[in-house]
Design a protein around this ligand. Structure first.
Ligand code: PMP
Length: 296
């Protein structure tokens, strides 16, 4: 926190902090070789996450008082001090100081998480019944979804709570034009006739690093075509498979949308194939993507 390693219960700030202006990142470190096991951790796409953190800060007019190297050192120190030896979620948080809004607090908390991925993981194939939210995704001329700011997640929370009230597991947003946007904390991919489609950045989505990763590796290595295009709501209903992708959600299959079941098989074959390959990349099993892994 602000340059020091601090015990969580001592990482305190004033209740008067301007919390509405905070930005953050969501990063994961996975166990090398076996992402469901224990061992040495590698941070996935550290550089891209720090770049996005700086973009979010710039959009919100904040300056990060640490270099990329210092942020990495701070993160590595946090992981080491905690002694983590299984998968870890790292969430750098930055917000203006109450006493001096021109300067910021930088806190890098980290905690363990259970992955959905890995062969035969029952968490992966759990049923997930989603709705199209009646809330639209925030438009970038009001609150830019391209900045990873906490304020954007109030919009996500409304949609998620709507889905919970209806007894469902999650929500998908349409953008202000009525095209498919993203989930409440992940991007979307839809499979139809063996092809994957995903909405463009102009559909009010966060510039997801997982989406970017999948856009690179799926066509090249799995030889499955992926198209970035606007998706109509009705196309989603008639898709063979729909899955979420994100650092938090990894690759998460969806069973139904608005109670309309998707495809014939759940999880679908392409979703399973993408999830397996993505987990191999995270585990460092695909040599050519080793540069995406930063040792912790
Ligand atoms: N959209 C939203 C709203 C998110 O919160 C996230 C998670 N950061 C994503 C998309 C996926 O982004 P990434 O793949 O970079 O985690």
């Amino acid at each position: 926190m602000d340059g020091d390693v601090v015990e969580t219960r001592k990482a305190l700030v004033s209740a008067m902090e301007p919390i509405h202006l905070g930005i953050f990142e969501g990063i994961k470190a996975y166990v090398e070789g076996d992402i469901r096991g224990k061992g040495k951790l590698n941070i996935f796409r550290w550089k891209s996450h720090v770049e996005r953190l700086r973009r979010s800060a710039a959009i919100c007019g904040m300056k990060i008082p640490f270099s990329d190297e210092q942020l990495l050192e701070g993160t590595q120190k946090t992981l080491k001090t905690n002694g983590f030896d299984s998968n870890v979620y790292i969430q750098p948080r930055i917000w203006p100081k109450a006493e001096d809004p021109q300067t910021v607090h930088v806190v890098i908390p980290a905690w363990s998480f259970e992955t959905l991925l890995g062969k035969g993981n029952p968490l992966f194939s759990k049923n997930r019944r989603f709705i199209i939210s009646s809330w639209r995704r925030i438009a970038s001329d009001a609150l830019p979804p391209q900045a990873k700011s906490w304020a954007n997640y109030a919009n996500s929370a409304l949609a998620l709570r709507e889905s919970m009230r209806l007894g469902r597991d999650g929500a998908i947003f349409l953008d202000n034009r009525g095209f498919v946007s993203e989930g409440t904390g992940a991007c979307m991919m839809a499979v139809r006739n063996g092809k994957i489609a995903t909405p463009p950045v102009t559909a009010s989505i966060l510039e997801s690093i997982t989406r970017e990763t999948l856009l690179e590796i799926i066509p090249k290595d799995l030889e499955i075509p992926v198209e970035v295009k606007d998706i109509a709501r009705v196309e989603l209903y008639s898709s063979d498979e729909v899955f979420l992708c994100g650092t938090g959600g990894e690759v998460t299959p969806i069973t139904s949308i608005d109670d309309l079941p998707l495809g014939k098989e759940y999880p679908g074959p392409i979703t399973k194939c993408v999830a397996q390959y993505y987990s191999d990349v995270l585990a460092g099993k695909v040599r050519k993507y080793k540069e995406w892994l930063t040792p912790s």
